[in-house]
Design a protein around this ligand. Structure first.
Ligand SMILES: [Ca+2]
Ligand SMILES: [Ca+2]
Length: 271
């Protein structure tokens, strides 16, 4: 291959310089686009705290059993992708005897993902004692951080009801979410959180199915991890598309002669 021919003033010939300028113009936006794409794509996973809740923070009514049996109350939530539950929070109802009562907070998954806990499986539990009964004060218990992989999950509690108490609290302020709050009960000491359909004192039902519509003051706190880099990849691909258009337009510039012809040239000869 012959070296570039030199003009008499020692510079590259005009065509070589124009070619170099053209390539430089093409490469300049490529650098910027690659840099921007890298920055967006490098924004891998981002995690933020999220509270799953159906209530407005104020109970309108408390619910208890006619006998001092085991009461189980739970809320159903659709799962946001990337959810890890680490805390269950519950506000308990009226009755001074409630304070100091032991309870167990429970996280269940939903194997068939239909939002009904008849098939719920226990994922995690935590034990605690009631405080602030009847004051809309949430008692929060930490559980082992648990990733939820089913499309719905449930959080709730089980306790043996003290005499004369109404342990569960219900938010009845609109909006009320149907098929989201459930209740069941069994004889004292025989409440079954592993097979909710095995409880017979109050068979598993929605709370509205028991004639008391509303939603339990039962919440779950989660870390939700989402892939924000996906949008960066889209931006990167968009940048490449823009670059391609720019490159093609510069490689094949449209000149006035391409779109004009005189009547003496008819028919026009388009190349
Ligand atoms: Ca309310
Ligand atoms: Ca289910």
């Amino acid at each position: 291959m012959n070296p570039p021919r030199l003009e008499s003033d020692g510079r590259f010939p005009l065509r070589a310089r124009k070619t170099a300028q053209f390539l430089a113009k093409c490469v300049r936006p490529l650098t910027n686009i690659v840099l921007v794409g890298y920055l967006f794509c490098s924004l891998a996973d981002r995690t933020h705290a999220f509270i799953y809740s159906l209530d407005d923070g104020t109970a309108e009514v408390s619910v208890g059993l006619s006998l001092d049996n085991d009461l189980i109350a739970l809320n159903s939530f659709p799962t946001i992708s990337g959810t890890t539950i680490d805390t269950i929070s519950i506000a308990f109802g009226f009755g001074a005897a409630l304070n100091g009562t032991p309870f167990q907070a429970v996280l269940w998954n939903d194997p068939n993902g239909d939002g009904n806990p008849s098939d719920a499986m226990v994922l995690a539990t935590a034990n605690g004692f009631i405080s602030g009964a009847g004051t809309d004060t949430f008692v929060s218990l930490s559980i082992s951080p648990t990733v939820v992989t089913t499309s719905n999950f449930f959080v709730g509690f089980i306790l043996t009801q003290p005499s004369g108490a109404f342990p569960a609290t219900l938010d009845q302020t609109p909006p009320t979410f149907l098929n989201r709050s459930f209740v069941t009960a069994n004889a004292a000491g025989e409440g079954n959180i592993f097979d909710l359909t095995a409880n017979s004192f109050v068979p598993l039902t929605t709370i509205e199915g028991a004639g008391i519509p509303g939603n339990w003051l039962i919440r779950a706190t989660a870390d939700v991890t989402q892939r924000v880099g996906d949008s960066g990849q889209s931006a990167f691909l968009l940048g490449l598309a823009i670059l391609s258009v720019t490159f093609v337009r510069r490689l094949f510039p449209v000149t006035p002669a391409d779109h004009l012809c005189s009547n003496s040239d008819r028919p026009c000869r388009w190349s």
